[in-house]
Design a protein around this ligand. Structure first.
Ligand SMILES: CC(C)(COP(=O)(O)OP(=O)(O)OC[C@H]1O[C@@H](n2cnc3c(N)ncnc32)[C@H](O)[C@@H]1OP(=O)(O)O)[C@@H](O)C(=O)NCCC(=O)NCCS
Length: 151
């Protein structure tokens, strides 16, 4: 499994993975991933095919991770953790000193992954994912995480 930067040819597969991860939700607008490809950083995890991706960007010294999706058929094999690590390295190289991300309050899998990676709850964002669907914004200070036990 390798982690690499995405290109336009990956976009249909990214859309497919997103729909597999969120079958009950409305599909994201077609141009959304193209927008991120042009204005953010996208990394994909690829074995025989692309099985997951992560989207992040920086604003000043702050990095943000916006989307992390792993094909349900490939979850729980450490791919999410590896993509998180690869994106943290990218954002750090782009100047980020801290990173934030959001996760639905009931998304135990994501919250557990983020806690394990050194993220802590900051703000509770009411109705962030729609009415009655609150989210945690979690933060990680990259400086504090740079010791030998960081990840
Ligand atoms: C959340 C998600 C990205 C995790 O990716 P993954 O590749 O399956 O995760 P990993 O195998 O790297 O797991 C790393 C850690 O995360 C936690 N974790 C992952 N899946 C979990 C699950 N189903 N239940 C509980 N903890 C889970 C565990 O702590 C795990 O460590 P462990 O296996 O040593 O116990 C994946 O489940 C996913 O894509 N879900 C749908 C989309 C989504 O919710 N994205 C995040 C939005 S904020």
């Amino acid at each position: 499994m390798r982690m690499r930067r995405a290109w336009e040819g990956d976009l249909p597969r990214m859309n497919e993975i997103d729909r597999l991860c969120y079958p009950q939700e409305k599909a994201l607008p077609g141009g959304m991933f193209l927008f991120h490809l042009r204005h953010a950083r996208i990394l994909v995890a690829e074995g025989e095919a692309v099985v997951g991706f992560i989207i992040g960007y920086t604003k000043g010294r702050t990095g943000a991770i916006k989307i992390l999706d792993i094909d349900p058929g490939h979850q729980r094999r450490g791919i999410g953790r590896r993509l998180m690590g690869a994106m943290e390295d990218e954002l750090s190289a782009m100047g980020a000193l801290r990173i934030y991300l959001e996760a639905a309050q009931e998304n135990c899998a994501a919250l557990s992954l983020y806690h394990q990676g050194g993220y802590s709850e900051g703000q509770l964002l009411i109705d962030f994912y729609g009415r009655g669907r609150d989210a945690w914004r979690l933060w990680k200070d990259l400086n504090r995480a740079s010791g030998p036990d960081a990840r």
